[in-house]
Design a binder for this molecule. Structure first.
Ligand SMILES: C[S@@+](CC[C@H](N)C(=O)[O-])C[C@H]1O[C@@H](n2cnc3c(N)ncnc32)[C@H](O)[C@@H]1O
Length: 402
C-alpha cells in the first residue's frame, strides 16, 4: 500500500496525507480574474484523507456530498481507571482524541466540524451523527443552531452492552443517532422508505434499532490481539444507515473515519466514501480493511422504484384509457361507502363531486386520504384496488417510453 502526498497522482485511491496536517485550510478558490473560473477540484472518492477533519473537508468542493455519517469524539471526561468486580481494567476510551479541556472547547470543535461538513453537503444531503449522553445533546443543539433540520433521533439499542460495574447507574445500553437534513427547506432528501419497509415484514422501520456491538471476527485486532480501535462501530449499523439514506453511486463522507467502518460498508453497497482521520495507524488499518471488501453484485443492490419516484397518473387518464368506465361504482374495502365514476375523472359521493382523494377523505371524515388505495372496484365478484389500474397505466407509460 502506498501513501501519497496531496496533489501527487495516485495509482489507486489510497491514503492522502495532508501537507500541513494542521487545521489551516488552503484557499478554496484559485482564480482572481472574473472571467476565469477555476475548475472544481476533483472529488477524492474512496480515499482516506489523513489529517484534521476540518482542514481536509475545507478542501473539498462545495455541495458535493450526498450523505454524512459522523461518529465524533464523545468527550467522555473519564477521570479514573474503570475496573470490573474482579479488578481487571476496563478498556475504556481514554485516548487523546477524546480529550477536551471544557464543554466550551468541545462545543467550539463541534461547531467547527459541523460548519465544514454543512458546506460540502448537497442541498438535499442528510447527516447522521452518533453519540452518547456525554455529547449528543450538545451536538443536537449545535446542529439546530447551524440551520440543520432534525428528521429523527434513532436509538441504537445494544443487545450486548457493557454492564455498569459499580452498580451506581442504569446499564448504559444505547447510543443516539441524530438524523438531520441540511436545512428545513430540503424536501427531496433520500429516504428509501418502501425498500426498508419491504425488508421489514411490510412494516415501517422504527426509530429504535436493536443491533449487537462490534465483536468477533468483525473486530479489527493488532498482531498482539488488542483492539485496533476502541470504538469500532458494527457494520450492521452502517449498513442500515447507508441503505436508508443513500443510493448506489452516492458519496458518503465520514469525518471521523477511525477503523473505516463507513468505508467498508460503502464499498460493499456500491457507494463511494471519503474519510478523514487524523491517526495514521487507524487510517492504515481502515485502508487494508476496505481493500479486502468485495462489492455486492448489482442485482443484490437494485432498489425497487418508490411510488413517489414513479410518474404521476391522473384518475381521469385511467377513465380515458378505458380501464374503468364512467358510471362504474367504487367502494371501500369493507363496502361501507360507494361513489360513482364520472366521465371527467372525478367521482360523485351522493351529491358531492370531487377527486378520488377528496371524496375518500370526506367519506371517512378524515383530513386526507390516498384515494388510489382506499377505493376499489368489483371485478368478477372480487374487489380490486384502483391502485392496480394505476400500475397498469404506469407500465403502459414505461413501455411507450422504451
Ligand atoms: C469515535 S471514533 C470513530 C470510530 C469509527 N466510526 C469506527 O467505526 O471505527 C472517532 C475518530 O475520530 C478521529 N478524530 C478525532 N478528532 C479528529 C479530527 N479533528 N480530525 C480527524 N479525525 C479525528 C479519532 O482518531 C478517532 O479515530
Amino acid at each position: 500500500m502506498s501513501i501519497a502526498r496531496a496533489g501527487v497522482a495516485r495509482s489507486k485511491s489510497q491514503i492522502q496525507v495532508s501537507r500541513t496536517g494542521t487545521s489551516a485550510a488552503r484557499p478554496l478558490a484559485v482564480s482572481s480574474h472574473p472571467s476565469i473560473k477555476a475548475s472544481p477540484a476533483p472529488l477524492p472518492r474512496d480515499q482516506i484523507l489523513l489529517g484534521d477533519c476540518v482542514a481536509e473537508i475545507n478542501r473539498l468542493p462545495e455541495a458535493s456530498i450526498d450523505l454524512v455519517f459522523a461518529d465524533p469524539p464523545y468527550n467522555l471526561q473519564l477521570e479514573n481507571t474503570l475496573s470490573r468486580p474482579d479488578q481487571s481494567v476496563v478498556d475504556a476510551v481514554d485516548d487523546d482524541w477524546d480529550k477536551f479541556s471544557s464543554f466550551a472547547e468541545y462545543d467550539r470543535f463541534t461547531r467547527e466540524w459541523l460548519t465544514a461538513v454543512r458546506r460540502v453537503m448537497k442541498p438535499d444531503a442528510t447527516i447522521f451523527v452518533i453519540g452518547s449522553y456525554h455529547n449528543i445533546f450538545r451536538v443536537g443543539t449545535i446542529l439546530q443552531d447551524l440551520g440543520f433540520w432534525i428528521l429523527n433521533d434513532i436509538v441504537w439499542r445494544k443487545n450486548n452492552p457493557m454492564p455498569n460495574f459499580r452498580g451506581r447507574r442504569f446499564t448504559n445500553a444505547h447510543e443516539t443517532m441524530i438524523w438531520a437534513s441540511r436545512s428545513a427547506a430540503a424536501k427531496n432528501y433520500t429516504f428509501n422508505y418502501e425498500a426498508l419497509k419491504a425488508g421489514n415484514e411490510d412494516c415501517q422501520v422504527r426509530s429504535d434499532w436493536l443491533l449487537p456491538i462490534c465483536t468477533g471476527g468483525e473486530r479489527l485486532k493488532d498482531e498482539n490481539g488488542r483492539k485496533t480501535h476502541p470504538t469500532q462501530k458494527p457494520e450492521s449499523l452502517l449498513t442500515r444507515v447507508l441503505l436508508s439514506a443513500s443510493n448506489k453511486g452516492d458519496v458518503v463522507l465520514d469525518p471521523f473515519f477511525g477503523s473505516g467502518t463507513t468505508g467498508a460498508v460503502a464499498r460493499r453497497l456500491g457507494r463511494s466514501f471519503i474519510g478523514t482521520e487524523r491517526d495514521p495507524v487507524y487510517a492504515k488499518a481502515a485502508r487494508a480493511r476496505i481493500d479486502a471488501v468485495t462489492p455486492l453484485p448489482d442485482n443484490a443492490l437494485a432498489i425497487a422504484p418508490t411510488k413517489r419516484s414513479e410518474p404521476r397518473v391522473a384518475f381521469a387518464s385511467v377513465v380515458e384509457a378505458g380501464l374503468i368506465a364512467p358510471g362504474a361504482v367504487l367502494t371501500d374495502e369493507k363496502r361501507r361507502h360507494s361513489a360513482v365514476v364520472r366521465a371527467d375523472g372525478a367521482i360523485g359521493l351522493g351529491q358531492i363531486v370531487g377527486s378520488i382523494h377528496k371524496m375518500g377523505a370526506l367519506a371517512q371524515g378524515l383530513p386526507a386520504c390516498n384515494g388510489w388505495t382506499f377505493w376499489h372496484v368489483e371485478r368478477d365478484g372480487k374487489l380490486e384496488s384502483i391502485d392496480a389500474l394505476r400500475s397498469i397505466m404506469r407500465s403502459n407509460m414505461k413501455d411507450a417510453a422504451e
